[in-house]
Design a binder for this molecule. Sequence first.
Ligand SMILES: [Zn+2]
Length: 544
Amino acid sequence: MLADTKTPWQTYASAWLNGQANVVFLSTPLQGFLFLLALSLFSPWHAAGMALGALMALFICAFVLGQHPVEWRNGFNLFDGAVIGLLWAGLLSRDIESAILLAMAIAACYTMRFKLVRIAYSYGFPSLGVASLLTLWAAIYVTSYFGGDFWSLRMRTEPGTLSLSLAGLSLMGAMFIHDKRATAFALAGSGLSLALVFFIQDEALPMGSFLLKGLPLFLVLFAIPGTLLQGYARAYRLAFIAGVLTLCLELTWSHLNLIGAIPALMAPIYISIWLSFALVDSETRQIFLDDNFQDLISALRTSSQQGGVVVITGAGISTASGIPDYTRGDWLQAGVPLATYNFDGFVHNRYSRLMYWNSCFRFFNTATQALPNAAHQALTALQKAGFVRTVITQNVDGLHQKAGFDSTLELHGTIDHVHCLLCGASQAWPEPATWQHNDAFCACGGFLKPAVIAFGEDIPIATWQQAQQAVSTSSLLLVIGTQVAVTSALALIEQARQRQVPCFFIMPGYPACVLTAQDRILFYKAETLLPALSAYLGLPNTHT
Ligand SMILES: [Zn+2]
């Protein structure tokens, strides 16, 4: 993340507006301002309530809980306060005590909010406003227990046509700025349903109530493709399902006369979003909700248009194909010192050559039987769709090529064949007897050696130059399944960093190299993350 040049007051103000934008699934200060304006034109009391609620939530997060600005400045942690304030408006219009009660309700909400967020995320669901919903239900129950009416403001102020139109324009403007397609989709879907309801019921509702009836459906249709799963290939399909569910839930709620007991509020919206999310498998939707994943998607979209996505892969991408990480030494001879396998040893020592040939042969047998896994296949799908240009791999197993990837640079050679150290000629693997009784020689008299780069052996200059060339024209670097323990991979990453190219690391743990502030890590296995990425982008031969 870049250094923040805003003053504290600017950070507070934009977080406060962001929190209000989040109430209707929007995300910037401008969008928050436009929504606040729309709400003021609709009902000044509700607008004041929302603004006050967001302010109280900001105070709690920044000063009481002492959270870092990173945690609240995008407004996500503030919107529960904004929602409570918005619906508290009826009470606010009556007396000053209700403002104190509002502060208490918001405080109560934030004692459970972060726990609820964690629980929801652990199941792969967005937490949405579940904390504010529970708080409001409790508040409504308590108010009615003491004989009060939480909704005392309702229907007291019916806005005029002019202010309604201006409010609509302001809200639609904010939504169009955020996502034009999702707004058009939500407008069309909710407009059609409202027209249908109007046609069936054949009764003239006041304009304000008419619009309010359509709001939950409109928000659901907008939220999924516009914000929660923006850019996901199946987002509109899920939004459609969630929209139908919202309508059903609202009808059920009013039909069973639940409104008297527990008002629906945002519940139909949240429940239908959760139910539609349940159609995506749980591991995949957890990845979808990861902020770093969303950033990776947008970086990938931007960079692929410039044709510059370069991928560096390591052993981690092949473990799911049953190939052990060779830095762990699984294929080496037990009890033989690692130094025996050095290139220097191979050139000067018969015993080293024998050990080297034997261990490479074990690896060759494993690799030739191995099949590409979901990670290799997803990378190939990404390349075919134009998202990825080149793979630079430290692996020698040839699985990228087996998966049909078109442009693979093998930094550490290949286990596929052997070559001559003198003339460079390649040939197929000979019979084990060839190297077990005597040294294996080329026709020219040079030593034959498996075409894998040994410890201490230089990477062929042509391969190295091609790798540097690929990185020098890249605009995004994905580092997948490698600890970056070898200097060649680190040099390529450094080369990208010097050009301010963003680097995303995809691996279950931290890499061995030093990370910079611009680096992002997605803590997933390659065979989990890459298929999810390919599914998100709607590429063929992948599933969710
Ligand atoms: Zn030769």
